[in-house]
Design a protein around this ligand. Structure first.
Ligand SMILES: [Zn+2]
Length: 459
């Protein structure tokens, strides 16, 4: 009697669970089937024989830019660039030029604008042109045109920034369906591979190069060397302060704060002894791309270049890449001013906006240079920016300077790179500013972190 009740009890509990599991599996299978059928239905909707040409596509930071051209049939117009699977549809803003029924497009004239890869749903989407036509009853109907790869690139992958302990992987793949070419964006949740990071920090200078060095007493500041480079040390008293240490201080604080927000962060160095190569793997111009980071933040401190004394120059200078909008740069500047209690630099050379600088090679520099055949005036002078951005920033280092840098930049021709920024956080030879830098590394780090968070929220 007792045994039977027990059996009954077990059946009463187990049976519903089994049924629930079976039901769940069936539901999941049906869901999968429907999804696949829907995708197929969508692919069947694509117009045969007419495809748009994709002539170029580039990922820079968190954005992707796409260029192409196409011609629509006579009675079709009002085209839009969309990522679609028939159910979900995301329109991508573009700049379109039309000549009768022929179009050329570019998603943005800025390299750091275009399709934001951080906000795509976890689905399979196809990049297509959606256009309008009319049926016999004069009703609007939509036509979908697929795209064909006419660029020199193939498949690509992108990992989104870590958010709530989660990442997505986006695989962009060229396929065909029946004879129609397709460009699929497969977006799936993933765990970041061990060697993939969100952000790279490059604390400027290293074990072989201290950067700017000053001597500081409680009420004065002076150079440990004269204008000819003769080094005397701090022979008039006070403390010797090296830029590499200040860069490291802010970088360490920055890393800690970013990590507390969940980002996976790596650094080109964590001490003052390590020698940091420029172009070799995990170097100052390669690590961000070796680790598939979205941003490369190079941290430096400035000096006036005038030796011997308290400089009048002070304030932050943020160096940015060519062909960029300054959205992120402006937020970083504002947040740094607020958090670190500093102002923007009054320096006018290379300035493009308040606190924002673009240092291109000048004609004069090119004329003096041994490698002038490789350089022109739309190239950024700082390799931390130029070489990190790959094709977007006209990176060039293919190993031509064998004597000084035998290893080429493995990413100089890459169309999938980090977005670099170079901070000159303040003037070390301005006594008031140097005191702020020494006492307020948290403020500087907070400014950069707040800037990043605000920018990502608004994008
Ligand atoms: Zn420096």
């Amino acid at each position: 009697m007792k045994k039977k009740t027990k059996m009954k009890k077990i059946i009463r509990i187990i049976l519903p669970i089994c049924i629930a599991i079976l039901f769940g599996l069936a539901l999941f299978g049906t869901f999968k089937f429907i999804t696949r059928e829907k995708e197929k239905t969508f692919l069947e909707k694509l117009e045969p024989d007419i495809y748009a040409n994709i002539t170029n596509y580039v990922i820079y930071g968190i954005h992707m830019n796409i260029e192409g051209n196409f011609t629509l049939p006579e009675n079709v117009g009002n085209p839009k660039l969309v990522l679609s699977n028939g159910k979900t549809e995301i329109e991508i803003p573009w700049e379109l030029e039309q000549e009768e029924n022929s179009y050329t497009f570019d998603t943005s004239k800025y390299i750091n604008e275009g399709l934001n890869l951080e906000k795509l749903p976890e689905e399979d989407l196809y990049l297509v042109i959606k256009a309008e036509s009319e049926n016999e009853k004069n009703e609007t109907i939509y036509k979908y045109y697929s795209v064909e790869n006419k660029s020199s690139y193939d498949k690509m992958e992108y990992y989104t920034l870590t958010k709530n302990n989660k990442n997505d992987k986006i695989e962009m793949e060229w396929n065909t369906y029946e004879e129609c070419p397709t460009w699929r964006f497969r977006i799936k949740e993933t765990k970041l591979p061990e060697n993939v990071y969100d952000i790279t920090i490059d604390p400027g200078h290293d074990g072989t190069d201290p950067g700017k060095v000053v001597c500081m007493t409680s009420n004065s500041i002076y150079d440990p060397q004269d204008e000819y480079g003769n080094y005397y040390g701090c022979n008039k008293g006070g403390e010797e302060i090296e830029e590499r240490q200040l860069n490291l201080n802010v970088s360490m604080a920055l890393k800690e704060k970013l990590e507390s927000l969940g980002y996976k962060v790596t650094m080109t160095r964590t001490d003052n002894e390590k020698r940091v190569e420029i172009y070799e793997p995990m170097g100052s111009a390669t690590m961000a791309n070796d680790t598939k980071s979205k941003f490369n933040l190079a941290i430096h401190h400035n000096s006036s270049g005038i030796s011997g004394g308290d400089a009048t120059l002070k304030g932050i200078e943020l160096y940015v890449a060519n062909d960029t909008n300054f959205d992120f740069a402006k937020i970083l500047i504002n947040e740094l001013e607020e958090s670190a209690g500093i102002t923007t630099s009054p320096k006018t050379k290379y300035i493009v906006d308040d606190g924002i600088y673009q240092r291109f090679f000048t004609q004069e520099e090119i004329d003096q240079d041994d490698y002038k055949q490789y350089k022109n005036t739309n190239m950024i002078w700082y390799y931390y920016i130029r070489e990190v951005g790959g094709v977007s920033t006209h990176a060039i280092y293919n190993g031509y300077d064998q004597e000084n840098y035998p290893h080429p930049n493995d990413h100089y021709h890459s169309n999938n790179t980090a977005e670099p920024y170079l901070f000159e956080l303040g003037y070390m030879d301005n006594l008031a500013e140097l005191k702020n830098i020494l006492n307020n590394k948290e403020g500087y780090a907070n400014g950069i972190v707040n800037g990043l968070q605000k920018y990502l929220e608004q994008e």
